[in-house]
Write a protein that binds this ligand. Structure first.
Ligand code: PLP
Length: 421
């Protein structure tokens, strides 16, 4: 009897059709979700995803046609995402170590390549030890709760990345939020936090929406004065800021003053995925025992480890790649400024073209794509109201011609839409 019913059901649904639950609760859920989605569309904050049909790189093919698109919106700062040696390393590691571990690290998920990569990361940053995570989001989610107790305090820049905010939410320390890069406000909060046992200042090294760099020298001076530790998220700095690409701490000469670094393997370091914490050995040992995203999530897949490991080898062999990106950034920023655009931040490959009006940012980004240049407009709530912008990201593998084509398109589109005189 049940067989007949099942066959009838399958026939009614058809083999490829999705199942959907029935009943009042399911109907109510569907209604609520559809309302929420409508609200998001109505607020103009819907994020749509363009589908890429090629490798990540400066030149893309989009699904459904668009070929030869010049890409200025990836975090592929060093162009290593499709570097032939990085790809080869991934393939070799995949063949030798398999597709994955089917395990967390402490059960049976640690291979020699994981240990080697952790050692390499620590050496790259000149720290005692490092621990891998599936992402930097996880590294940020897992550190504050493991490190800080209700007797401690964490002081966080108000524009820190969402993953730092979430990580801090999970911990029981006393929480202070200081105004963005405002050292007076940080000092006032540090004074108030003297009553707590341990103080940790947490900041992005480079802020991804504005391309601005945290005043780490001043932060470290204040930390010294008020006996605090400094934590930096280096996702938009590792591999390319500083003379050897070590990051913001190298750029600003405070490598020996920053205690903890979290960063990603998913941007400049090959772009596959993964994150890490590097710092004092006892901290890393503690994270292996207590950090929940590390303890309860699968090991990084070997191919991903292979990519990141090769990316670090390339960076440790020579600083030429990091340097070439700095020159390209300078070319874009100076040409755009000369044309009359305002570019936020300084000396960072994140170059936000400030436009103010949200609609202007959207239509200009669309028109740039019509001219074969892929850039993204950002508006409220991702950035403050009235501060809409198009974010351009420069990569070491953009040619000078690519950059000039982008600038020319901006000038044409800017004049057409009244953003330039
Ligand atoms: N921190 C910052 C500043 C980021 O920009 C990002 C990624 O967008 C993350 C953390 C998360 O990194 P991952 O992609 O490795 O999770």
């Amino acid at each position: 009897m049940w067989r007949v019913a099942a066959v009838r059901l399958l026939r009614a649904r058809g083999p490829g059709n999705p199942r959907s639950a029935s009943g009042a609760a399911a109907a109510e859920l569907r209604r609520r979700l559809e309302n929420q989605l409508e609200d998001i569309r109505g607020a103009g904050t819907w994020k749509s995803e363009r589908v890429i049909a090629s490798r990540q790189g400066p030149h893309l093919r989009l699904a459904g046609g668009g070929a030869g698109i010049l890409n200025f919106c990836a975090n592929n700062y060093l162009g290593l995402s499709s570097h032939p040696e990085v790809i080869r390393a991934a393939v070799e590691t995949l063949e030798k170590f398999g597709a994955g571990l089917s395990s967390v690290r402490f059960i049976c998920g640690t291979q020699s390549i994981h240990k080697d990569l952790e050692e390499k990361i620590a050496r790259f940053h000149q720290r005692e030890d490092a621990i891998l995570y599936a992402s930097c989001f996880d590294a940020n989610a897992g550190i504050f709760e493991a490190l800080l107790t209700p007797e401690d305090a964490v002081l966080s820049d108000e524009l820190n990345h969402a993953s730092i905010i979430d990580g801090i939410r999970l911990c029981k320390a006393n929480k202070y939020r200081y105004k963005h890069m405002d050292m007076q406000d940080l000092e006032a909060k540090l004074q108030d936090a003297q009553k707590h046992r341990l103080r940790l200042v947490a900041t992005d090294g480079a802020f991804s929406m504005d391309g601005d760099i945290a005043p780490l020298r001043e932060i470290c001076q204040l930390a010294q004065k008020y006996d605090a530790l400094v934590f930096i998220d280096e996702c938009h700095a590792t591999g390319f800021l500083g003379p050897n690409g070590r990051g913001t701490d190298e750029l600003l000469g405070v490598m020996d003053k920053v205690t903890i670094i979290n960063s990603t393997l998913g941007k400049a370091l090959g772009g596959a995925a993964g994150g890490y914490t590097t710092g004092p050995k006892p901290l890393i040992d503690l994270l292996r025992q207590r950090s929940r995203p590390y303890l309860f999530s699968n090991s990084l897949p070997p191919a991903v480890v292979g990519c990141a490991s090769k990316a670090l080898d390339l960076l440790m062999e020579s600083n030429a790649i990091a340097q070439s990106m700095a020159a390209k950034t300078q070319r874009f920023r100076s040409k755009m400024t000369a044309a009359g655009f305002t570019i936020s931040g300084k000396d960072h490959p994140i170059c936000p073209v400030m436009l103010g009006d949200a609609r202007l940012a959207t239509v200009m980004a669309e028109d740039m794509l019509n001219r074969g240049i892929y850039v993204i407009g950002f508006s409220y709530p991702v950035v403050p109201k009235g501060k809409a912008r198009i974010r351009v990201q420069i990569s070491a593998v953009h040619s000078d011609e690519d950059i000039d084509r982008c600038v020319e398109a901006f000038i044409e589109v800017g004049q057409k839409h009244g953003a330039l005189p």
